[in-house]
Design a protein around this ligand. Structure first.
Ligand SMILES: Cc1cc2nc3c(=O)[nH]c(=O)nc-3n(C[C@H](O)[C@H](O)[C@H](O)COP(=O)(O)OP(=O)(O)OC[C@H]3O[C@@H](n4cnc5c(N)ncnc54)[C@H](O)[C@@H]3O)c2cc1C
Length: 418
């Protein structure tokens, strides 16, 4: 790339799952799109690497070949807590596949970015976006400035997408601050060489103790089928202990209680413990304003019930792309704008009520007595746990479905979206 000024229909900033999905769907519809990524692939992203059937569905609809080598497939979730252990297969549904996947983000993100590029998006790696270009007359974003190979470049487009993750410098530069009335999570993870790497279940451990205090969150063991497991834990800021937790110490203490033959120890760790924040429950809004759309973590789209963010990144990217394709085909600026404002509205329709339920739930489990009661009394009841799995992983059929689906769907509909 040599020109220092470039033009396209849409600029997408950040090539994580949200940005790559957005760029893929835009390119598929025939729009010209820059996908600007500050890192160079392959690059790591601190994550649990777990993909629920909801995320698998999103990958399938993008035409990602999930039968190719490199994917670790799983049947469901094994949950430990309150002295019990229960295996819950992923539900049988019309709307979702009945399996989950695990794939390291080192692989997954490169694969998705290349997938977007092969659909026609222009992926520019090593391109650090430094700020928005704002038209003084309209007060709208009309492009971004960037540094690429030591050169200053400006990219221009009528629409810009912030897909730059939790810190989303672009949104901040556009004046969009984080909402503090939404839950935040912090999670740490580490890879270990382990004989458990081909386990057919993803695992969730519900009891994380800080001394005598039971904390809201869970530990996970996700098998990568490449000789390693991703082992980590995440906590929510709804607990009083949140600020003072020694995450690394807690991970060590927790894995230290596991059977030694699983090898979740110093000797078998393949790298350091690394941690990052999880922005949840739409903690940055509005999701559209002044020519810019927010997708994935930039828009705080992690599900507070379970910490899942990849699926919501992929789904929001697709929705944002569909709206932009329609908007750019409208004849007048007013018509375009009306269409673009559909993005936050539909997003809220789809996930707003559900995220409100999740916020109530995570507030409640911030009280250790509630958390203790739920783990002790919930786990021994398989049908209650099947319901819980559907609720926490957001896996129901919208029409038809069983009684659990209908209850969850009604709860989502009546909960106010905010
Ligand atoms: C420890 C941990 C465990 C997690 N486990 C899971 C899990 O098991 N399953 C799950 O579904 N979710 C999990 N999540 C959440 C998940 O990682 C995120 O929700 C997901 O990565 C969001 O994708 P994204 O594309 O919005 O953002 P990101 O994946 O953060 O991608 C943002 C991209 O933007 C780029 N970028 C940033 N700034 C710029 C810039 N200025 N210029 C150009 N590019 C830029 C970054 O380099 C990056 O590639 C976990 C999160 C954490 C912290």
């Amino acid at each position: 790339m040599t020109d220092s000024t470039r033009h396209a229909d849409v600029i997408v900033v950040g090539a994580g799952p949200a940005g790559s999905s957005t760029a893929y769907w835009l390119a598929r519809a025939g729009l010209s799109v820059f996908l600007l990524e500050k890192a160079t692939f392959p690059r790591d992203k601190i994550c649990g690497d777990g993909l629920t059937p909801r995320a698998v569905r999103a990958l399938i609809s993008m035409g990602v070949d999930i039968d190719a080598p490199g994917w670790s497939r799983n049947k469901g979730l094994r949950i430990y807590g309150g002295g019990s252990r229960i295996e819950l297969p992923w539900p049988e549904l019309a709307s979702f596949p009945d399996f989950g996947l695990v794939r390291s983000r080192m692989d997954l993100d490169e694969l998705l970015a290349r997938h977007a590029a092969s659909a026609g998006a222009e992926l520019v790696e090593g391109c650090n976006v430094t700020g928005p270009i704002i038209d003084e007359r309209t007060d709208r974003i009309t492009g971004v400035t960037a540094r690429h190979k030591g050169e200053e470049i400006t990219f221009h487009a009528p629409l810009v997408v912030a897909a730059d993750g939790n810190s989303t410098r672009l949104s901040v530069a556009m004046g969009l601050e984080r909402r503090t009335d939404r839950p935040m999570g912090v999670a740490v993870r580490r890879y270990y060489e382990s004989p458990r790497h081909t386990d057919e279940y993803m695992e969730a451990w519900l009891e994380l103790w800080d001394g005598q205090r039971l904390l809201p969150g869970y530990g996970w063991v996700f098998p990568l089928a490449d000789g390693t497991c991703n082992v980590g834990l995440g906590l929510l800021n709804t607990s009083k202990s949140f600020q003072n937790v020694d995450y690394r110490g807690m991970l060590k203490g927790w894995t230290g209680q596991m059977p030694p033959e699983w090898r979740f120890d110093e000797e078998h760790a393949t790298g350091p413990v690394r941690g990052a924040a999880l922005p949840m429950g739409f903690n940055r809004q509005p999701h559209y304003a002044r020519g810019m759309l927010l997708v994935g973590d930039a828009g705080g789209m992690i599900n507070p019930f379970n910490g899942e963010g990849i699926d919501y990144a992929l789904e929001s990217g697709r929705l944002a792309a569909e709206i932009m394709v329609q908007a750019l085909a409208r004849r007048t600026p007013a018509q375009r704008e009306r269409t673009l404002y559909e993005y936050p509205r539909i997003l809220k329709d789809e996930h707003g009520g559900y995220f409100t339920l999740a916020r109530v739930f995570v507030q409640a489990i911030g009280d250790p007595r509630v958390m203790k009661f739920l783990t002790a009394h919930g786990l021994p009841h398989p049908s209650l746990m099947r319901f819980t799995l559907k609720l926490l992983a957001n896996l129901t059929d919208p029409k038809g479905g069983d009684a659990f689906d209908r209850i969850i769907n009604v709860m989502q509909r009546v909960a106010p979206a905010a």
